[in-house]
Design a protein around this ligand. Structure first.
Ligand code: 8X3
Length: 266
């Protein structure tokens, strides 16, 4: 089994930690013996994630980590994002791994019909918020010449599709930003990774279809989609490699998905 030993007692900050990939990732870091700062807009949902972290840490039996903090982070509020350091706990001032997971898609409307608030929410969360937050940590990581930024991209950033113009553009922007950042930091010890999932069954589609469960279910009908845990494993794997190993890009798809357009349903 691959070791996650290098994560023991490290400090990890996960955005969008209240559900789905973020929550699963936080728990898996806790299991590996890391201390985790859970960041989300909906802090009321973080209590359950915190409990899951405690359980996972016990199950991991590393005897390490065990510190968790819940902080509010509204990715659409630039001022709130840029003051993130003031909300970090004392033990979490020196973050080792930043997982930029917060992101969403709103609607499948075609260009011409996309609601202004949907455009703003997607670009503010997936692009602007992520950039503002990353800037805070890059400054700090540079001072300490350490740190790892793991960005959650998407197959949608590789192949765009009709009805996904803004979401796809946001993930393509994330990809370009991540690639340029990796280049800028090439002469440092700071690592920059991007995990690009395909279809993952989480609240993602429910949010996209504004709470319409049957529309959300249709997305995954007849295929065996990825789970939040599948992606958490990739994130934790990337974060736990030796310092000279940078997992640059990981495209992770369900076996019956080959691209945004190639999906085989039973
Ligand atoms: C989500 C993947 O294919 O639904 O990032 O756009 S997809």
């Amino acid at each position: 089994m691959l070791s996650t030993k290098l994560l023991q007692d490290k400090v990890v900050l996960v955005t969008g930690a209240s559900s789905g990939i973020g929550a699963a990732t936080a728990a898996l870091f806790a299991k590996a013996g890391a201390n985790v700062v859970l960041a989300a807009r909906r802090t009321d949902k973080l209590d359950a994630v915190r409990e899951a972290c405690v359980k996972a840490n016990n199950a991991g039996q590393t005897g390490k980590g065990g510190r968790y903090a819940s902080i509010s982070l509204d990715m659409c509020d630039t001022d709130h994002v840029t003051k993130v350091f003031s909300r970090l706990p004392d033990w979490g001032q020196n973050v080792d791994v930043l997982v930029n997971n917060a992101g969403l898609a709103v609607g499948t409307d075609r260009v011409g019909d996309i609601k202004a608030d949907a455009i703003d929410r997607m670009l503010d969360t997936n692009v602007h918020g992520l950039i503002h937050l990353t800037q805070q940590f890059v400054r700090d990581f540079k001072k300490r010449n350490t740190g790892h930024i793991i960005n959650l991209g998407s197959i949608a950033g590789v192949n765009s599709y009709p009805g996904g113009s803004v979401y796809c553009a946001s993930k393509a922007a994330l990809h370009s930003f991540t690639t340029a950042l990796r280049m800028e930091l090439v002469d440092t010890a700071i690592r920059v990774s991007e995990i690009q999932p395909g279809m993952v069954e989480t609240e993602f589609s429910l949010v996209r279809f504004r709470g319409d469960q049957s529309a959300a279910d249709k997305v995954y009908e007849g295929i065996d989609p990825l789970s939040a845990d599948d992606i958490a494993e990739e994130v934790v794997w990337a974060a736990s490699r030796k310092p000279h190993v940078n997992i640059a890009d990981v495209l992770i798809l369900p076996t019956n998905q080959a691209s945004s357009y190639h999906v085989s349903r039973k």
